[in-house]
Design a protein around this ligand. Structure first.
Ligand SMILES: [Zn+2]
Length: 400
């Protein structure tokens, strides 16, 4: 996905946000679940001691023995469901289809209780439904209603910003909705916000005065586990600066490493979704990592772009109940004199936040399309200040 939706500062047009790979991935997942269900019904291994787990790595090697040096027999993909039949010092013996072997347990997460596999396979799809009420609000300026769940379907109407709709069902990034006027059709999910209208609370809770460095961090980070996610990586550079050609993926990683140091210095333990330039973990595994390490908070670091002449930082949340407090705490520090102004907090319907069980936020630390911003954000001094402000914000969040 070379064009992540979060880089649009405000979505003016909302026609093709659904990633083409999503429905295919979903079908594969459903097929895997169906296969697994068949296996569970026929195999004695499915009883008592075994359980179903989900893979949280882009690709996970299956080895002949519980050791990193053992022969690789095959691999399993992110989101795959496997039967776990044994465990040895951090390695899990798994079975999926005809493949059996050992995988690093760190990348597997047990799926919920005694739910049948067919149900766990659609967990990612139904999680949203469980978290949000059946009413929703349009966040795009204008949103097309189509006759089916995809851009191939005919446009049958449109909705204006803040229009209320009733959600009837969901399918691969599309929502079947009913409008206030009674019309029924499909809209792209990223441009609809669950429940109340998208909030913009830029100045809410802002304390006045004092530079970021002037206010000491609270002690809230001690013993906490934070997942830090430098956005993009590998063959996905993210945005590219229009004046200096700065690669977003590099800024993300540099800033994230400063953040890691600050968090560790304050007593937190930190898990990075990537630490190298050539790594590009799937969005799904980045969000899943927070759950698999039982993180207390998840922070994704990005830099923004916009066709409009805009400047400054923006802090996104998805869930008003879980994420917004964290986003506000971080924004409060980012807006406290780090060198760029803060544009506040905003609802953002991003996979990495939406499919994240941990309180999560995505920060955009300046605009690569703004020459002034780009010259500032390239500097290590800015990245250090931004990282310290984020660390202080997370500390404040845990102290509340
Ligand atoms: Zn980005």
């Amino acid at each position: 996905m070379h064009k992540p939706a979060h880089h649009l500062f405000r979505p003016d047009e909302a026609n093709s946000p659904a990633s083409p790979g999503r429905s295919a991935a979903f079908i594969r997942l459903a097929a895997a679940a169906a296969a697994l269900l068949g296996f569970m019904l026929t195999s004695p291994a499915a009883q008592a001691d075994s359980y179903t787990a989900k893979v949280f790595a882009a690709s996970l090697n299956v080895r002949s023995e519980p050791a990193g040096s053992a022969e690789i027999k095959g691999s399993v993909k992110s989101g795959a469901l496997v039967a776990v039949t044994d465990e040895q010092h951090g390695w899990l013996k798994i079975r999926t289809g005809n493949l059996t072997g050992w995988v690093a347990g760190y990348y597997l997460k047990k799926t919920g209780g005694s739910a049948p596999p067919s149900q766990t396979a659609v967990a990612a799809a139904t999680r949203l439904a469980a978290r949000s009420p059946s009413t929703a609000t349009v966040t795009a300026d204008s949103l097309r209603i189509r006759s089916g769940p995809g851009t191939d379907y005919d446009v049958v109407g449109s909705l204006q910003a803040r229009a209320a709709v009733t959600i009837l069902s969901r399918r691969s990034g599309w929502l079947n909705i009913r409008t206030a006027g009674g019309a029924v059709g499909w809209v792209a999910e990223p441009y609809v916000s669950a429940g109340t209208p998208a909030v913009s609370v830029a100045a809410a809770g802002r304390t006045s005065g004092g530079a970021a460095a002037g206010r000491p961090a609270s002690d809230g980070l001690r013993g906490k586990r934070i997942v830090v996610d430098p956005g993009h990586g590998g063959d996905d550079p993210g945005m590219i600066g229009t004046t200096y050609g700065t690669l977003e993926k590099d800024l993300n990683l540099q800033t994230a490493l400063y953040l890691r140091d600050d968090l560790k210095a304050a007593g937190a333990s930190v898990t990075m979704t990537r630490t190298r330039d050539d790594e590009r973990p799937a969005l799904f595994s980045r969000a899943g990592l927070a759950e698999s390490v039982s993180a207390d908070a998840f922070i994704s670091i990005h830099f923004n772009s916009s066709p409009k002449k805009v400047s400054g930082t923006l802090t996104f949340f998805y869930s008003q109940s879980d994420d917004m407090k964290l986003a506000r705490a971080i924004e409060n520090r980012l807006g406290d004199g780090i060198g760029l102004k803060s544009n506040g907090v905003s609802f953002g319907n991003y996979q990495i936040l939406r499919e994240n069980e941990t309180p999560a936020t995505l920060v955009e630390l300046g605009f690569l399309t703004n020459p002034g911003d780009e010259s500032i954000i390239r500097k290590a001094s800015y990245q250090r200040k931004a990282a310290q402000a984020i660390a202080n914000g997370i500390a404040d969040y845990f102290s509340q």
